[in-house]
Ligand binder design. Structure first.
Ligand SMILES: [Zn+2]
Length: 354
């Protein structure tokens, strides 16, 4: 498998962002990501899918969409990828959007499901409120802009986080992780995604104007690391198909690359005659060997059916034999600037009772 760095959930100046696609792609090339996915509010722009090249580096820009109901703009945002459907007309019924995406073979992600308001910036969060929802591909457990809002409570923390954004990211939204485990425990296969919600929008804070979370910062900070069977070919349609297949299957992990590059992490299950990657399922007989590999020594937890079943203070790589069916996922932590931060979240491997 090859690993690609995919940055998801970005807005251009077409919707709430401040740069055009060419400028965003330049920021992507500077940051060294492989794929940049834009999701404009209620506008699907397919003809913009294209490679940008500079100095021997390439970034593939793909366009999805973020659906919201114009009549109720502060709830139920859905990121939609890999579909040609124009879904904005369904926007008043979020479950109808999700169902239409599933029928078309696309990907639907509940965006920032537990977003809160930030009264100091007069920002209203747009949480997911229509529970239970069903048939969606995954949830955005980590939204960088939402974390900025939730960690910036008061003028001084806003000033600090706007001027030094490298200080605030701590990890995914706790309520989103609880909801993810709850959904997984109920037997659903649900992928966890990370989104920048990149906009680089100027905000006036204490008589100064700051571009909040510059695009390049978001691309360097928080990514989805996707496992694909082949190297990118350079052909937009071929590569798009392969990337979306992996994103749909959950064959990726989330890395907070700001604190240390997470490329090189892996989590696999080895059975008698197959290897399963995150998002995959395997028939469980008596035992299965899980293999965890961290790019550097880190605190590491193995989670089985919502509970931490193994904890290592310093783990580089290890085979772990497990003897219970269910879902398994991995979280790793690193100290950064005197605080312990969550660095990596793998998607689950599902071991089905024989
Ligand atoms: Zn949104």
């Amino acid at each position: 498998m090859q690993e690609l760095i995919v940055n998801l959930h970005n807005h251009s100046n077409i919707s709430s962002g401040t740069a055009n696609y060419y400028e965003m792609a330049q920021a992507g090339l500077n940051a060294g990501i492989d794929v940049l996915i834009v999701t404009e509010h209620n506008i699907l722009i397919h003809e913009k899918d294209q490679y940008y090249h500079r100095d021997g580096k390439n970034v593939l820009l793909l366009a999805g969409e973020e659906i919201k109901d114009p009549a109720r703009p502060y709830e139920n945002h859905i990121l939609v990828l890999d579909t040609d459907l124009e879904l904005a007309s369904f926007a008043s019924d979020p479950q109808a959007v999700i169902d239409a995406v599933r029928r078309s073979g696309g990907i639907s992600i509940l965006a920032h499901p537990f977003a809160k308001d930030n009264r100091w910036l007069k920002k209203k969060g747009a949480p997911w409120i229509t529970w239970p929802a069903t048939n969606f591909t995954g949830i955005e457990i980590y939204n960088l802009l939402d974390e900025f809002y939730s960690q910036s409570r008061g003028i001084f923390s806003l000033l600090g986080n706007a001027s030094q954004p490298e200080l605030f990211p701590m990890g995914a939204n706790e309520e989103s992780i609880l909801k993810w485990d709850e959904l997984l425990l109920s037997g659903k296969m649900v992928n966890a995604y990370a989104g920048s919600d990149g906009r680089q929008a100027p905000e006036e804070i204490g008589f100064r104007t700051f571009p909040i979370l510059p695009y390049e910062f978001g691309f360097r900070c928080l990514n989805n690391h996707v496992f694909v069977p082949q190297q990118l070919s350079g052909d937009v349609d071929t590569d798009k198909r392969m990337i979306y297949q992996a994103l749909k299957a959950g064959r990726f992990f989330i890395g907070l690359d700001l604190i240390h590059p997470s490329a090189g992490f892996s989590f696999k299950a080895d059975g008698e005659n197959q290897t399963v990657w995150p998002g995959g399922r395997m028939r469980f007989e008596n035992s299965v060997t899980l293999k965890i590999r961290n790019p550097k020594e880190a605190i590491c937890r193995l989670i089985h059916n919502g509970k931490v079943v193994r904890h290592w203070e310093k783990l580089r790589s290890l085979p772990v034999v497990v003897t219970e069916p269910g879902y398994y996922r991995v979280e790793t932590y690193l100290p950064y600037r005197n605080k312990l931060r969550c660095w990596i979240y793998s998607n689950p491997i599902y071991l089905d009772k024989a």
